[in-house]
Design a protein around this ligand. Structure first.
Ligand code: DNO
Ligand code: MN
Length: 354
């Protein structure tokens, strides 16, 4: 397991590279060019600039999260081919720079969805929260106000995407889940051969949450969808970002068994916990198994026992000790999460040597 940490870039993150260096055994930064809209070709100079900065600070740039997929590709519009060409060339450029894994997602309109970014917990910490009743009763445009009420631009909720929200919703009116699968297949058939040549593994992130919100189709939600995904194009470059927190928001998903079943197709692991309430609402908790509904101990054991050598990140954390940070992306709780994951890993490692 190679531990990596998501960093949004200079001036765009409350966490510094000096701080990340002091978290035990974090070897790389999970990065992106967050200011570039989906669909554009990533400039070589910008990639090189990030590479130089990371390496100067002792980090590799093996994992990109995300190269976002233009909405026209998800919608299957005739204009998609131009955006797919840009995507292919971006893959080639990233491959040349030494990138090994590209995380992406195929969620219509919104990337992740929450109804409260700073929900207060009993111990005074705050965390990302999803309340079904609130989503059912709210106009998506209202929710946007909640999510953009932070000082940072949230990935997936960039102003330029949100400006055209009504049009985008209209465009999806007649798009079914099967249409979305077909459009994903078209995309993968085009890009996977390029990824193979570039030495890159594509890793789709599951839908977060793993069910339909605002009536939009969602397809990466459970065991069957992961299975279908890896069968769309048979290649080691067609892989998964297995996110225990996203999939774990549906208690029917047994995450340790998903890790075991798909181990060969997981270049990138997101390991975090969520507590799911009986009514289906959920909150992001500490990583510890006992604090949430996901068996994180079982998840780490499944990775360990599968001989997992890919990249892992603690994904999100709570906001603790008064930290002011991007929602879900503070230093303290993600660092605690990493130490919990290492603790489990080291214990399983030791036990297997006996
Ligand atoms: C949720 C997070 C997501 C993720 C993107 C990947 O669990 O990991 O925000 O970064 O969906 O494209
Ligand atoms: Mn995730």
């Amino acid at each position: 397991m190679q531990m990596v940490f998501r960093w949004y870039g200079e001036g765009n993150d409350s966490v510094t590279l000096e701080q990340i260096r002091q978290i035990p055994q974090v070897t790389g930064l999970v990065w992106s060019l967050h200011d570039l809209p989906a669909g554009v070709l990533w400039p070589v100079e910008r990639i090189e600039e990030m590479k130089a900065l990371s390496e100067k600070n002792g980090f590799h740039i093996d994992v990109v999260e995300s190269v976002n997929v233009h909405e026209d590709i998800k919608l299957g519009l005739p204009t998609r081919d131009t955006y797919i060409d840009n995507y292919k060339e971006t893959i080639r450029r990233l491959g040349k720079a030494g990138v090994k894994v590209i995380c992406y997602n195929f969620m219509p309109v919104f990337d992740w969805t929450r109804t409260d970014l700073f929900k207060e917990m009993e111990d005074g910490s705050t965390a990302l929260f999803f309340e079904n009743a609130k989503v059912e009763g709210i106009d998506p445009l209202e929710l946007v106000k909640t999510v953009t009420q932070t000082e940072f631009t949230m990935p997936g909720w960039e102003p330029e995407r949100l400006e055209h929200l009504e049009d985008v919703f209209k465009a999806y009116e007649n798009v079914t889940e099967e249409d979305l699968w077909n459009n994903l297949q078209y995309f993968l058939e085009a890009i996977i051969p390029v990824a193979e040549e570039a030495g890159i593994k594509m890793a789709i992130h599951p839908d977060d949450p793993p069910f339909s919100v605002f009536g939009l189709p969602r397809i990466m939600t459970n065991r069957d969808s992961l299975k279908r995904l890896v069968g769309l194009v048979d290649s080691p470059s067609n892989g998964l970002t297995l996110c225990s927190g996203s999939l774990g928001a549906n208690p029917a998903n047994d995450i340790p068994s998903l890790v075991t079943e798909f181990a060969d197709h997981i270049p990138f692991a997101h390991i975090r916990n969520v507590k799911v309430f009986p009514n289906g609402d959920f909150i992001e908790t500490s990583h510890r198994t006992e604090d949430g509904s996901v068996d994180i101990t079982g998840v780490v054991k499944a990775y360990h026992d599968s001989g997992f050598n890919g990249y892992a990140r603690p994904d999100h954390g709570r906001h603790i000790w008064g930290e002011k940070c991007r929602p879900g992306y503070g230093l303290y709780d993600r660092a605690l999460g990493i130490m919990y994951l290492w603790g489990l890993w080291d214990a399983f490692e030791r036990a297997s040597q006996k």
